[in-house]
Design a protein around this ligand. Structure first.
Ligand SMILES: N[C@@H](CCC(=O)N[C@@H](CSC=O)C(=O)NCC(=O)O)C(=O)O
Length: 281
């Protein structure tokens, strides 16, 4: 459960840190970032996980999402993990949507991925244990989860499968139905084999329809100038699943915004307030 400090830098009265540890689940070294708000000097603070999308590391959101100012105001700890195992000995392909940088937050069962690609267990079990053991201010009874695109898929599915752990959820332009889009139709069989019942365990629409509604509102923001919206993201499928199950959903569609971090930074404050509203109630 030990970890190494890469850097710690003052930000809005708190500290933006980058850290490294050896992840047993993934059999490689992993980096993650933690924003520690100033309130952490006085006591425990709620924890918000941010899961990034395809091609990302822990760095993309940390430097581009602009969460530090409002996280400081609200007293939220923000944790950004990497999106896959990496490094020598970890399998990869020269494709942006599979392999390193594209872990899809699943526990792979297929060769050669199964040995390292266990991002579901890493994010839900190992990394939280590292945080709980080393960051005393983290209130692990008050955790929320958000993410972008592939990370939005991660946020929705991890939330639905672990409602005892995560109390709040939101997503920026998430993949909501990987079984029904090309990114997911490549990743799910690639990592999990050919059984659709196993894929459905990692599909937010399928999970919501199977598990039923949860007692908290889900916030999703989607840009209407997002080139991936029609072919990959299909927010209307999640809207349908929410309507069918009676799930409270705030799905906001924004004219002119694309898939990138200028979009995320624009609406980040609303997401932080959404999570703080639930986690500090
Ligand atoms: N290179 C790819 C697109 C890669 C891309 O857009 N990645 C997004 C996430 S997409 C879904 O998970 C991202 O967040 N990129 C990093 C960033 O800092 O913007 C292509 O050519 O289509």
């Amino acid at each position: 459960m030990s970890y190494e400090v890469i850097s710690e830098t003052a930000s809005f009265g708190g500290v933006q840190g980058y850290y490294k540890h050896t992840a047993e689940t993934l059999k490689c070294d992993m980096r993650f970032s933690v924003y520690m708000p100033p309130q952490a000097q006085e006591g425990k603070v709620p924890v918000l996980w941010y899961l990034s999308g395809l091609t990302c590391t822990e760095d993309n959101a940390t430097v581009k999402a602009g969460f530090q100012r409002v996280a400081s105001e609200l007293g939220l700890m923000i944790i950004c993990p990497d999106t896959s195992p990496r490094g020598e000995g970890v399998p990869n392909v020269e494709e942006y949507d599979f392999g390193q940088g594209a872990g899809f937050y699943v526990d792979a069962t297929e060769k050669p991925w199964a040995e390292h690609f266990k991002m579901y267990s890493y994010i839900t079990k190992e990394l939280p244990s590292v945080i709980a053991a080393n960051f005393a201010a983290a209130d692990m009874e008050k955790q929320g989860i958000t993410g972008h695109s592939m990370g939005g898929h991660g946020a929705l599915t991890l939330f639905l499968k672990n409602q005892d752990v995560y109390k709040s959820v939101s997503a920026f332009s998430p993949i909501v139905a990987p079984m029904k889009c090309p990114w997911g139709q490549k990743a799910l069989p690639g990592y999990l084999g050919d059984n659709p019942n196993v894929w459905a365990e990692y599909d937010a629409c399928a999970l919501l329809r199977k598990l039923g509604s949860v007692d908290t509102e889900i916030l999703i923001d989607q840009g209407l100038a997002d080139n991936f919206m029609e072919g990959q993201l299909k927010p209307e499928l999640f809207e349908d699943a929410c309507e069918a199950t009676g799930q409270q959903l705030k799905l906001r569609r924004h004219e002119g915004y694309d898939h990138g971090y200028f979009f995320i930074a624009t609406f980040m404050e609303d997401h932080l307030r959404h999570h703080a509203g639930v986690l500090t109630a």
